[in-house]
Design a binder for this molecule. Structure first.
Ligand SMILES: O=C(O)CCC(=O)C(=O)O
Length: 332
């Protein structure tokens, strides 16, 4: 099994990486990254007393970038550090201990490496991951939460609790910005049944980072993704057909607009196309939390946002069907 995990491969390879990780030239970050320019992704202060400005900035960023960084977001730095510490410690365990949490066939939750069907162009991504739901309590399956380190559960529960404030504020501002009532956008993607799916991406050092990708280009299937990275650079976003590095801002939360928010807003908010790169000598780790509708929940353009002049641009689709089509590359 060790040879299947990228973390294991990374410890065995010397100067060159196996062929299955070498991306085609039109995807290689060494060729396709705009060098020397960091993308000026909007940085928004969520604690700014001028709420009109906060709303305006969030709406602008969501319409034109699909991405922004939130500072003064209300999640204590200590809670984030604890989350990062236990996640890092889990990946530093022996392979045998990590494999106790290996994804069963057909499960999204668990420890693993990208599935064949998620792999683009037959190439593999330079990353391992762990997925598990952290909210609501009825959706949690603790069998996928590592017992080692012993504070793993406490750190994840604490982080989930702190996230609620950010989630509520984001949905409220995004709704008001479309002329909806405060709850209406969140209700359109699952309301109180919204699922928080935690993922840890573990990107080990890579001897040929210019040829490989950590995560290939994609938009998130979620409504919104709230991500904290460690301090190692690696997130890139597409802008006008070019790939740019996104600057690491200490203690910021990176917000991605996902596909379901694009649907419910009838295309006003744009899901961001992004990918990750890896580095020669540092391990990058990131903790995205995907805010997802329950599987049976039908997502559609909000009825208040469509009319004769603005017909729906997307079909109504149960989230589980959306996921199936996207993973199997079936036209939505
Ligand atoms: O690691 C990152 O910064 C982004 C991760 C990501 O896009 C994903 O896991 O879907």
């Amino acid at each position: 099994m060790w040879e299947k995990r990228v973390q294991g491969i990374a410890t065995c390879v010397k100067d060159t990486i196996p062929e299955e990780f070498i991306r085609p030239e039109n995807e290689q970050p060494g060729i396709t990254t705009v060098q020397g320019t960091f993308l000026e992704v909007p940085i928004i202060d969520l604690n700014n007393p001028d709420e009109e400005k906060v709303m305006h900035d969030i709406v602008e960023a969501s319409c034109h970038w699909g991405m922004f960084q939130l500072v003064n977001h209300g999640i204590p730095n200590e809670a984030i550090s604890k989350l990062q510490k236990v996640g890092k410690e889990f990946f530093e365990l022996s392979l045998a201990e990590k494999e106790l949490y290996a994804k069963p066939l057909g499960s999204i939750e668990g420890y693993g490496t990208s599935l064949q069907k998620e792999i683009t162009g037959g190439k593999k991504a330079w990353a391992d991951h762990l997925f598990h739901k952290i909210w609501p309590p009825s959706a949690i399956n603790y069998k996928f939460w590592p017992k080692n380190p012993s504070t793993y559960r406490e750190a994840n529960e604490e982080y989930a609790e702190h996230m609620h404030g950010v989630v509520e504020k984001l949905f409220k501002y995004l709704a008001l910005g479309l002329g909806l009532e405060g709850d209406e956008l969140k209700d359109g993607v699952g309301g109180n049944e919204l699922i928080y799916l935690m993922k840890i991406n573990y990107y080990p050092p890579c001897p040929q980072p210019e040829l490989a990708l950590g995560v290939p280009p994609h938009t998130d299937m979620s409504s919104i993704t709230i991500l904290v990275p460690n301090e190692v650079q690696g997130l890139q976003a597409e802008r006008d057909g070019q790939w740019y590095c996104v600057n690491y801002v200490p203690n910021a939360l990176i917000i991605h607009i996902g596909d379901q928010l694009e649907v419910v807003s009838n295309g006003k908010y744009k899901a961001v196309l992004h990918r990750t790169t890896v580095t020669k000598d540092k391990t990058r780790i990131s903790w995205p939390v995907f805010l997802e509708p329950p599987p049976e929940f039908g997502v559609r353009p909000h009825p208040k946002l469509v009319n004769e002049q603005n017909p729906p641009k997307y079909k109504t689709k149960k989230y589980k069907d959306y996921v199936y089509c996207k993973l199997n590359k079936i036209l939505q």
